[in-house]
Design a protein around this ligand. Structure first.
Ligand code: ARG
Length: 478
């Protein structure tokens, strides 16, 4: 849907404070302008138009199949709905605030086009099951799109990881040099996180996929409808088992928002690493011009604005999750108008997460790692101190706590001498621990330290290659 279509500008307010044509039967005067303004959701729920039309088609097909409306009525309804879809697509349908929401706007337009049969469409249906069905289908489509987008991001990360299976860099804990790792290994950590994000969305999809249609307002209907049929026509696994539940829960939206909050947190962490890696001090990666902005005053600047904005997105996404939890908390069954407030946060979170994933994919694909700078960073922080301690345990049978202490003393010496661990003279090490032999020198080299970490899931290039191969299979990449 285009920007134009989703903006408020295509909503007209006739400012007629007349009786509602939808539910005005028992009223003697119309709603105030203020009520119309607070009541209407058409400004944003027009994003559901495709789902609303699909839901109405399925409902009408079922009504005809069950003999509740005629085949002629069904044909007229289908033709009218097809025309409306085209009108909305072209931006030609003016939505009206007085008609409240997308459901009533479409139904009213249908009546304009086909007359009488349109007035039969709402038989055995309520806006309560209608909106729950539409919104579920919209979220379902969203989950499917997100899965594809996340798979693309995984593919981008894997492509970089494959090119840097043996590119060494410091691994950090507390953002202090910890142990040498490979850049490919580091990137593969995110492939795993994103794999779990995808599985959370897949869970949400599986739980969501029960059709509310036919639950009607709250209690089902006395018409002989076929809920199995509409469920099947709309791609649901089955009809939701309890009509009251079907119209009154929005936990499917919360499932999406929870997954989105976690996923956006992962995006945010990767974004922050890219901010750090692309800084002057680190210089581990260079971002492409396509994902870098300049400064209006400092000509030398290449700012990672895109990464920073991805870093910020959890603010609004977690906000939407909190917002909907608070809207729903304490609501008695079944439908209350509060539930209309379920949509904007979901739409906003969907947009925010969608652009964050797309931007990360572009940034990761384009970024140019700088292996020289990564290796140079390994000369700070004595990243093989653990290997020294492990050597003392493995070869000299020294208990690990004692080995840790000895290794620490040798690090202190290296710091005093201003050298890497593998450059501390053997005699100086032996002065601290006489049993140390010259084989230690090889062990203290960063390449050997990385190559030695062959435990399952470890950072050795051989292991990272195996991780990549396995991840491609598990996540169905390339
Ligand atoms: N626009 C409403 C919503 O989003 C549709 C359902 C209205 N139902 C009702 N009984 N007022 O929730």
């Amino acid at each position: 849907m285009t920007k134009k279509q989703i903006s408020q500008t295509n909503v007209t307010n006739q400012n007629e404070v007349g009786k509602s044509s939808i539910w005005g039967g028992r009223f003697s005067s119309g709603p105030s302008q203020l009520l119309q303004n607070i009541n209407a959701s058409i400004g944003y729920d027009q994003r559901l138009y495709q789902q609303d039309i699909a839901g109405s088609r399925a409902h009408a097909t079922m009504l005809a199949h069950c003999g509740i409306i005629s085949e002629e009525d069904l044909m007229a309804i289908n033709q009218g709905l097809a025309q409306i879809a085209k009108e909305i697509e072209a931006g030609d349908l003016k939505f009206s605030l007085e008609l409240e929401d997308i459901h009533m706007n479409i139904e009213a337009r249908l009546a304009e086009i086909i007359g009488e049969p349109a007035r039969k469409l709402h038989t055995a249906r309520s806006r309560n099951d209608q909106v729950a069905t539409d919104f579920k289908m919209w979220v379902r489509m969203l989950l499917e799109n997100l899965d594809r987008a996340l798979a693309e991001l995984q593919a981008a990360l894997i492509a970089q990881a494959e090119a840097h299976v043996d590119t060494l860099m410091p691994g950090y804990t507390h953002l202090q040099t910890a142990q040498p790792v490979t850049f490919g290994f580091h990137l593969m950590a995110y492939v795993e996180m994103i794999g779990r994000d995808r599985s959370r969305f897949a869970d949400a999809h599986r739980r969501l996929n029960e059709s509310p249609l036919g639950a009607a307002a709250i209690a089902g209907t006395s018409f002989p409808i076929d809920r199995q049929m509409t469920a099947k026509l709309l791609g649901f696994d089955r009809p939701a088992a309890n009509a009251m539940d079907a119209v009154s829960d929005r936990d499917f939206a919360l499932d999406f928002l929870t997954g989105a909050a976690i996923c956006s947190m992962h995006m945010s962490r990767l974004a922050e690493e890219i901010v750090i890696w692309s800084s002057d001090r680190f210089g581990f990666v260079k971002l492409s011009d396509a994902y870098t902005t300049g400064s209006s005053i400092m000509p030398q600047k290449r700012n990672p604005d895109a990464a920073e904005l991805v870093r910020a997105k959890p603010g609004r996404i977690v906000g939407s999750l909190n917002g909907l939890l608070i809207v729903l908390k304490g609501l008695p069954l079944a439908y209350s108008k509060d539930m209309q407030e379920d949509k904007e946060g979901v739409f906003d979170a969907a947009d925010a997460l969608g652009i964050a994933i797309a931007v990360m994919t572009g940034m990761v694909t384009d970024m140019q790692p700088n292996p020289e700078n990564m290796r140079a960073a390994l000369t700070n922080g004595w990243p093989t101190a653990t290997d020294l301690a492990d050597y003392l345990v493995r070869e000299l049978k020294i208990p690990f706590r004692d080995a840790h202490h000895i290794s620490g003393s040798i690090v202190a010496l290296a710091a005093k001498q201003g050298v890497d661990l593998d450059a501390v003279p053997l005699a100086d090490m032996q002065a601290i621990e006489p049993l140390i032999t010259e084989e230690v020198v090889e062990i203290l080299k960063v390449d050997n330290a990385v190559a030695a970490r062959q435990s399952f899931g470890g950072t050795a290039p051989s292991e990272v290659s195996a991780q990549i191969a396995a991840a491609k299979k598990r996540f169905h990449i390339g």
